[in-house]
Ligand binder design. Structure first.
Ligand SMILES: Nc1nc2c(c(=O)[nH]1)N[C@H]1C(S)=C(S)[C@@H](COP(=O)(O)O)O[C@H]1N2
Ligand SMILES: [Mo]
Length: 428
């Protein structure tokens, strides 16, 4: 155990209202486990007797497996599915963000949005066509694509409908991931789309690409050529292994930082054109009418956003004391430059520590220590990105967009902590 230095004890002084402490506190491990007998979980752990001969040490363990699965004790770390009763192939499933750590979403927990189910595609029969305003129309098999030089990119995908319960008049009560988990973050590997477009040779008038999937709805959307040439990837791999069927096997588009619907799964066709196709999912859906009567359409870049994942609704705090507040921040605009946390409902804010790596268009993990007094508290986080985007308060978002919204909700999220330690979602 380490002795407290004067500079260490400064770290135990609040840096904002409600008991938020210096973000560097947890870097001083000796301090936390030595001086701060404040961590309730550590105190509880030391009271447990040590089992000298647990049953799993008395005989050899389980045999090997061809493909690993999570521990059966982790069977609550699952996606939550909301499918349409009349059309079960149309629906969503949420990533349990509240049960995950770090920034990577395990592939089996990546959120899903299917407009007409998951096609079981035989890779040998799948083809990708690039045609329209190109000098040389091209067909690619998956084997062809696998021969191109590969790039990898860590980035999030977020559905434009994520967090849409935030528009409800009353705050929805659900676990954080089952509210904001139509966002996930993976390492995607594949071929830069620019390489294939250069091979096909875009004609001068080609400013849009109409991308179409091989699902039973042949979902299509329009993508500006500038983005396709900038950083779009034809992803073949997700977190090191080939894509999961749910996420677009054998090939999908990944457009870092851009709205989920543009990341066409099971990609079969890219048609170069002079104008967008005005498909259902860029006219009737994923657009919104503003109070002025004008519509917002083609809002490609996902806004700056953040959310405290721990503590969050469904968890409860075990008495007053020292806690680590942690959560995720992201922005389609670029890198997250700053995350601030409030423990007094937004009256005062303190800068959270951003855990490396901090990458553009990627989930960023933030953390800040908090000494809870046991009194009612309201926790909030707000994200800033390197391009000047700031996550707005809910009242500001509603003032700008009206209260009839459905898509593109990125307001600050508030969790109320009650004296008994339970946590609920509030508008504050
Ligand atoms: N072919 C096809 N691509 C699709 C969809 C679809 O239903 N069919 N859904 C879109 C939507 S709305 C989103 S948010 C993302 C979801 O990707 P995921 O299911 O891998 O999370 O895929 C997009 N690409
Ligand atoms: Mo979506």
């Amino acid at each position: 155990m380490r002795k407290l230095a004067q500079s260490d004890s400064d770290l135990l002084s609040p840096v904002a209202g409600g008991g938020l402490l210096d973000r560097r506190l947890f870097l001083k491990t000796g301090l936390v486990f030595g001086a701060a007998t404040l961590l309730p979980s550590a105190a509880a752990a030391s009271a447990q007797p040590i089992d000298a001969k647990p049953p799993w040490m008395l005989r050899p363990g389980a045999p090997f497996s061809n493909y690993g699965e999570p521990s059966p004790y982790e069977n609550k770390t699952i996606r939550w599915i909301a499918a349409n009763a009349k059309a079960p192939a149309n629906g969503i499933s949420w990533t349990p963000l509240h049960r995950l750590e770090g920034i990577i979403t395990p592939s089996g927990l990546h959120f899903e949005r299917h407009h007409n189910g998951v096609p079981q595609i035989e890779p040998a029969r799948h083809r990708l066509l690039i045609h329209g305003l190109v000098r040389k129309p091209l067909f690619f098999s998956i084997d062809d694509l696998l021969r191109y030089p590969t790039v990898s990119r860590l980035c999030f995908i977020e559905c434009g409908g994520n967090s849409n319960a935030g528009w409800h008049e009353q705050p929805m009560q659900a676990a954080a991931g089952y509210f904001h988990g139509l966002a996930s973050c993976s390492e995607w590997s594949g071929v830069p789309l620019a390489v294939l477009l250069e091979e096909a040779g875009l004609e001068p008038g080609a400013t849009w690409l109409i991308a179409e999937g091989a699902d039973a709805i042949a979902m299509n959307v329009s993508i500006p050529v500038a983005k396709a040439m900038d950083d779009a990837i034809l992803a073949l791999y997700q977190n090191g292994e080939r894509l999961r069927p749910e996420n677009g096997y054998p090939v999908r588009l990944v457009l870092p930082g851009w709205e989920g619907v543009l990341n066409v799964k099971w990609l079969r066709r890219l048609h170069a054109a002079e104008a967008p196709v005005m498909a259902r999912n860029e006219t009737a859906k994923y657009t919104e009418l503003l109070p002025s009567g004008k519509a917002r359409q083609f809002t490609f870049v996902m806004d700056a956003k953040s959310l405290i994942t721990h503590p969050s609704p469904g968890m409860s705090l075990n008495g007053a004391g020292l806690y680590q507040i942690t959560g995720l921040a992201w922005s389609g605009g670029g890198k997250v430059s700053r995350v601030e946390v409030s423990a007094d409902g937004g009256k005062t804010w303190a800068a959270a520590a951003l855990q490396e790596p901090v990458l553009p268009q990627c989930f960023t993990r933030f953390r800040i220590p908090w000494r809870w007094s046991g009194a009612p508290a309201i926790l909030k986080s707000r994200a800033f990105d390197e391009t000047g985007r700031v996550q707005p308060e809910r009242s500001a978002l509603l003032a700008e967009r009206g209260s009839q919204g459905y898509f593109h909700y990125n307001a600050i999220v508030s969790w109320a902590v009650a004296p008994d330690g339970t946590i609920s979602h509030v508008y504050a």
